[in-house]
Write a protein that binds this ligand. Structure first.
Ligand SMILES: Cc1ncc(COP(=O)(O)O)c(C=O)c1O
Length: 472
């Protein structure tokens, strides 16, 4: 096929995606709203995409750029002269490597465990699953959704290899009390990781702008590692995060070397081995172009947008904010029972916005997540007006109701024994003739909401398995 036709086809396919620019998609994407930034990143990506980070001595440009990026992250996030780091492919990889390094550093512990607040990102559960680590999940405070430092300290035992806190948590945008948790970990000689994947490149600038941001970075005694994603609030293209360690000894167990085969000695700093230099170069270009002043200005823009949205939602009839968000993330729950918040999500989709449904969990009610970015500035009132209209519309439809046969079918499902037939029957009950996301998700979300998490996980794995079957 000729190149231009292929690109036309790709453009046509992309037209079916959620918009990645313009502030209409309030999850998954981070838009600076600055013209020219995408072109710079794409140009830098193209210059380096054929290089291979597998061997940094063969591609010293990658080594230089990675060291530059780590130094910038360390300077921003309280690192000291001993701080070292690694650029990874994203937040999940950074969190997984923090768990792996902690586990590998404690060969003396036969059944290692990590202590996490219940709001910690699912990446830690993924790490535990992959690396056979037990997770001790500590409930957060039911009103503030922040980690409970006493309960976290009490959960640390002789098998604990890592304690985790978030700055902020994804679901509620609140910053955990890093100081007392890190102190408790230090007292027990246990590593403490701060997951600042989403907040790390914006909270320091919020503080510089005068916001009250609790201490959370590597300068806090006891914090041994910190993750910060460049593909979030550093507004870099997808594929870069930084994992910082307080010193090289803490980082060493993260690395992997194998000389046990006849080929090149495999020597890796991350989970990947062959690693494109593209995302790294793109991030390096964006960081250098924006610089401290650029990020400060973007932080001021997103702060203003978040404040306006927060104030508008807090006073909107029928909605309430959960927790006291300190960053750029909002969790919006229904404040009345005559409508369903997931219907509001559908109504917003019809109005051209994507808000992300989050299921109820412990004291957290079913809610909609908003990741606010700089691109949301200027259209706050439009979003608020559409949100008010979406709530009114959801009220007219009333809450989603499920027949007793649906509830009892879900109650009777055993995640360990879910058959393709039972899954098919459930899809039919949800009104889905084939596996594809329907236009309106409220009914599907209502069904998923009554499924306990292990069943929900199993159902969604089945869903993914069918989705990723060619021709399905
Ligand atoms: C706090 C936090 N940690 C980890 C992650 C995982 O990052 P990624 O999706 O880049 O793997 C996220 C993603 O939103 C996050 O918000």
């Amino acid at each position: 096929m000729p190149a231009d036709r292929i690109l036309d086809d790709l453009r046509a396919l992309r037209a079916g995606d959620l918009p990645t620019h313009g502030g209409r998609t309030l999850a998954y994407v981070y838009d600076s709203g600055l013209s020219g930034l995408d072109e710079l990143a794409a140009g830098a990506h193209a210059l380096a995409s054929s290089t291979n980070g597998l061997d940094p001595t063969a591609f010293p440009s990658l080594l230089r750029m990675e060291n530059d990026i780590v130094a910038a992250a360390s300077a921003l996030l309280g690192g000291g002269p001993a701080t070292v780091g690694t650029v990874t492919s994203g937040g999940t990889e950074s969190c997984m490597l923090a768990v792996h390094a902690a586990r590998a550093s404690r060969g003396d512990v036969t059944r290692p465990r990590i202590v996490v607040p219940s709001t910690a990102h699912a990446a830690f559960h993924k790490a535990a699953h992959y690396f056979h680590v037990e997770v001790a999940t500590v409930p957060v405070s039911p009103d503030t959704f922040t980690a409970d430092p006493e309960a976290m300290a009490a959960a640390i035992d002789d098998r604990t290899v890592l304690v985790v806190v978030s700055a902020p948590s994804y679901a509620h945008g609140v910053v955990d009390p890093v100081v007392p948790v890190a102190a408790a970990a230090r007292e027990r000689g246990v590593r403490c990781h701060v997951d600042a994947c989403i907040g790390g490149w914006v909270l320091p600038y919020f503080r510089a702008l005068g916001e009250d941001v609790p201490d959370f970075d590597l300068s806090v005694p006891g914090v041994t590692s910190l993750s910060v994603d460049l593909h979030k609030y550093a507004y870099c293209p997808k594929g870069t995060s930084v994992l910082l360690h307080a010193d090289a000894d803490l980082r060493r167990p993260q690395f992997f070397a194998s000389a046990s085969w006849p080929g090149y000695t495999m020597l890796n700093s991350t989970l990947q081995s062959t690693r494109s230099g593209g995302p790294l170069a793109a991030a390096w270009a964006v960081l250098n172009h924006l610089g401290d002043d650029g990020y400060r200005s973007l932080a001021s823009t997103v702060l203003s947008a978040t404040r306006t949205l927060r104030a508008g939602i807090a006073t909107m009839d029928g909605l309430r904010l959960q927790g006291d968000p300190r960053s750029t993330l909002l969790s919006v729950a229904a404040d009345a029972d005559d409508f369903d918040v997931f219907t509001v999500a559908d109504e917003m989709t019809e109005r051209g916005w994507y808000l992300q449904p989050q299921f109820g969990f412990e004291s957290s009610a079913p809610n909609l997540h908003l990741t606010v970015t700089a691109a949301n500035h200027g259209t706050e009132e439009l979003l608020l007006a559409d949100l008010a209209a979406a709530v009114a519309s959801a009220r007219r439809s009333g809450p989603v109701t499920m027949g007793p046969e649906v509830t009892s079918t879900i109650a009777g499902l055993d995640p360990a024994e879910l058959t393709p037939e039972a899954f098919g029957a459930l899809l039919a009950m949800a009104g889905m003739t084939k596996v594809a996301a329907p236009k309106r998700m409220a009914e599907v979300n209502a069904m998923l909401a009554v499924a306990p998490p292990p069943l929900r996980e199993r159902l969604l794995v089945e869903f993914l398995s069918v989705l990723y079957t060619p021709g399905s």
